[in-house]
Design a protein around this ligand. Structure first.
Ligand code: AMP
Length: 225
């Protein structure tokens, strides 16, 4: 029986899942599992899954459940995931949520909490369209909300190669928000019904949201011990 924590971060594109998952990873020694990152790596490596996912991701639609579940299952089998995981961007459909329950049950695990980052749609386009990351270490930045101390230089690693995602443009964001409302938002009730849901107001400053999330996760982990 594996008792390491399994946390889910739910929320639309731009809610801050990736930023906050990185913070939780550092603070609690958990592993951030982002299916978006895993898919982008598969696209870059040109694997069959990556080739199938590429056009779908560019269009802002959801990649097939089977591809995403297979990619997540493989990653969760890696030894580092035994420390506990924060799922960022997975599950996104009811089929993925059931597959996750089954996968965890096989290892004697279950979800400790599904944390919903609650935000207004109106803010999402601006948040997503202005974001970029350091190509060296993955630290996230934003044109208005989080600029590095020295323009173009990463505060964390000193890298100077900043990257913007191909799908972070205004045209694709509205499609991604639609996919979220149609296919992912219903999971909030799914986790509410099984008692795992926690809601965090994610409209404010990154640090304030981070502090609220960190307090919630401390309590969740304490409950487990
Ligand atoms: P993200 O980095 O989480 O914003 O994901 C970027 C894109 O990858 C999404 O717009 C989808 O095309 C795809 N993707 C990521 N995670 C999933 C998932 N769990 N299910 C289906 N598609 C996904």
């Amino acid at each position: 029986m594996n008792t390491s924590p399994v946390l889910i971060l739910l929320g639309p594109p731009g809610a801050g899942k990736g930023t906050q998952a990185r913070m939780l990873e550092k603070q609690f020694g958990l592993v951030q599992l982002s299916t978006g990152d895993l898919l982008r790596a598969a696209v870059a490596a040109g694997t069959p899954a990556g080739q199938a996912a590429d056009a779908v991701m560019k269009a802002g639609a959801l990649v097939s459940d089977q591809i995403v579940i297979d990619i997540l299952r493989d990653r969760m089998a890696d030894a580092d995931c035994a420390k506990g995981v924060i799922l960022d961007g997975f599950p996104r459909t009811a089929v993925q949520a059931s597959a996750l329950d089954e996968l965890l049950a096989e290892n004697g695990q279950k979800i400790n909490a599904a944390i919903s980052l609650e935000v207004d749609d109106a803010a999402m386009v601006e948040r997503v369209a202005g974001r970029y990351t350091c190509g060296g270490c993955g630290e996230g930045y934003h044109d208005s909300f989080k600029v590095p101390a020295k323009a173009g230089v990463c505060d964390t690693c000193g890298g100077t190669e900043m990257k913007r995602r191909a799908d972070d443009n205004a045209a694709t964001v509205s499609g991604r928000l639609e996919a979220y409302h149609a296919q992912t938002a219903p999971l909030i009730s799914y986790y509410e019904d099984n008692g795992a849901l926690q809601r965090i107001d994610a409209m404010g400053e990154i640090d304030v949201i981070g502090a609220a999330l960190s307090a919630a996760v401390s309590a969740i982990i304490a409950l487990q011990h």
